[in-house]
Design a protein around this ligand. Sequence first.
Ligand code: ADP
Ligand code: MG
Length: 255
Amino acid sequence: MRSPEQRRGDPETSEVLALRGVRKSFGEHVVLRDVDLTVEPGECVVLIGASGSGKSTLLRCVNLLEVVDDGVITFEGRDITDPRVDGDEVRSRMGMVFQAYNLFPHLDVIGNVTLALRLVHGVDAEEARSRGLAMLDRVGLAARAEARPDDLSGGQQQRVAIARALVANPRLMLLDEVTSALDPELVGEVLDLLTELKGEGVTMLLNTHEMGFARDVADQVCFLHDGRIHERGTPQQVIGEPREERTRAFLSRIR
Ligand code: ADP
Ligand code: MG
């Protein structure tokens, strides 16, 4: 049972996101056992770990696409695991980007970027268009506003998906292996964009197998193994000088 204090959340805390004792199972299969994690404003926290270690599930729990079995997740100081919380309202303050960019094929680029602004945030068409174009400019795609997703490269489509997630000024960006589906020559443009966003103070929680990126950009790296954060620290520590045998074994496999 959660105490009333935990339910209310602590408005004094500065962190954007905090997970405390989060557990998640699918049937008998325990995927997250006892996960504690905080993300401070402007931080980039990178989850690493083998396929199946629970990275996507963790992001999906944060975004309330999965219901946790136990533990508390606070977002901007509020317990979002409280069943009374409106998931759509919480999601409207987070931006999520997936491995497969999931753009709407029947809408042009600007239509994709502005859809939620108009339908979820109630922004009128003219203002949505001007904000959408500004965001496309920020990701280097203002000239392709009227293009269809199919006419863009995978890297460009993923940059549109990032623009779509960012346009409503979310407090937290969740990025689930956003470069894994890209041809190798297109990975760099997306990682460069994420590096720029970090420089602009965008708060990010993401998972990736791009260790060079994690090393350069992450404030905190968390290695997931067996449902727990098995090792965490700065990228210099976790990737550069891992203490745990499991972390070393994982890193040697993906290099
Ligand atoms: P990762 O993103 O690290 O590869 P996932 O979070 O996708 O790992 O998956 C962790 C484990 O949970 C895997 O064993 C996966 O098969 C299982 N899993 C994920 N989603 C579901 C689901 N909806 N139902 C049942 N099992 C699931
Ligand atoms: Mg995954």
